[in-house]
Design a protein around this ligand. Structure first.
Ligand SMILES: O=C[C@H](O)COP(=O)(O)O
Length: 261
C-alpha cells in the first residue's frame, strides 16, 4: 500500500451545528467514494467543535475518517468547569486532540506548560496529539526552525511515549491570503522531522503544514511534508476533494512508511 499522506481539517468555530453536519455528510460521502481514503493511503481527519463531535462520529462511522477535538483538558478528572478530558474524548471514539494552536496560545493565554499538560493527557489516553507550532513573526528560515523545534520540545519532552502529529503553522500565515512560501515550509518541516527523529518514543510521528493551505500547495511541497492541516480552504468540499486527490498522488510516490500517526 502507498504511504499515508495526512489531510486534516479544523472547522474552528466557523460553522453552526446544521452547517457542520451538512459539511460532514459531504466529507463522509467523499471518503466513501475516494479509493485513496478507503485504502488508507490518504489519512483524512476532521476536527469540529466539541458539540459537533458526537454527530460527526456517527456520520463518519464506517469510513476511514478520524475525528479529533480542537482542544483537550490537561487534567484527567475533577473540578475543571468547561473542560473536556482526554479520557472522555477517547471513550466516545475521538482519536486525535489538537494542542497548542496559535489562537489558543494568543487569545486564551495558553503557555508551553499548558500545551505539554494537554499533550501528556492526550497520550495517556491513547489520543494522538496534533501539536501546533510555529513562529509568531516573519523570520528567516533558521530562526523559524529554531522557534518551532523549541516549541516541539516544550510540548513533548516530559510526556508519555507515542507518535504525534506536528502541525507546522507559522502564525503569520494563519488566516492569511496565502500560505508561507514552499521553500520556507520545506526547510522548517525538515528541521522538525530531524528533531522528532532524535526524540525518544516518537517513532512514527509526522509533520504536516497548516496556514492558509489549500489546493495546489501539496503538489508544490511534495514529499517534504507528511500532509496538510486545512482551515478555511476546506469549507468548500470541492476544494477539499482536490487536496485529497493531490494527497493520493503524493502517497503513491512515497516509500511505504508503516504505522505513521
Ligand atoms: O487549523 C488550521 C490552521 O490554523 C489554518 O487555518 P487557515 O487555513 O484558515 O489559515
Amino acid at each position: 500500500m502507498a504511504a499515508a499522506v495526512a489531510v486534516g481539517v479544523s472547522l474552528k468555530m466557523y460553522f453552526g451545528h446544521r452547517r457542520a453536519a451538512e459539511w460532514c455528510e459531504r466529507v463522509a460521502a467523499l471518503a466513501r467514494a475516494h479509493p485513496a481514503v478507503a485504502s488508507g493511503a490518504v489519512g483524512l481527519f476532521v476536527m469540529p467543535t466539541y458539540l459537533q463531535l458526537l454527530p460527526a462520529l456517527a456520520t463518519f462511522a464506517g469510513t476511514n475518517v478520524r475525528v479529533g477535538a480542537q482542544d483537550v483538558a490537561g487534567h484527567d478528572t475533577g473540578a475543571f468547569t468547561g473542560e473536556v478530558s482526554a479520557a472522555e474524548l477517547a471513550e466516545v471514539g475521538v482519536r486525535l486532540a489538537e494542542v497548542g494552536h496559535a489562537e489558543r496560545r494568543r487569545l486564551f493565554g495558553e503557555t508551553d506548560d499548558d500545551v505539554a499538560a494537554k499533550s501528556a493527557a492526550a497520550l495517556r489516553h491513547g489520543l494522538t496529539p496534533v501539536l501546533c507550532v510555529g513562529e509568531a513573526d516573519r523570520l528567516a528560515t533558521d530562526g523559524a526552525a529554531a522557534a518551532a523545534v523549541a516549541q516541539v520540545h516544550a510540548g513533548l519532552d516530559r510526556t508519555p511515549d507515542g507518535p504525534v502529529i506536528v502541525a507546522y503553522e507559522p502564525v503569520w500565515a494563519i488566516a492569511a491570503a496565502e500560505p508561507a512560501p514552499p521553500a520556507h515550509i520545506t526547510a522548517v518541516s525538515r528541521a522538525l522531522r530531524t528533531a522528532l527523529d532524535t526524540m525518544p518514543g516518537r517513532a512514527g510521528s509526522t509533520v504536516i503544514y497548516g496556514g492558509s493551505a489549500g489546493p495546489g500547495l501539496l503538489t508544490e511541497l511534495g514529499v517534504c511534508v507528511d500532509g496538510l492541516f486545512l482551515g478555511r480552504f476546506a469549507h468548500d468540499t470541492d476544494a477539499l476533494a482536490a487536496v485529497v486527490d493531490e494527497a493520493a498522488t503524493l502517497a503513491s510516490r512515497r516509500s511505504p512508511v508503516p504505522d505513521r500517526a
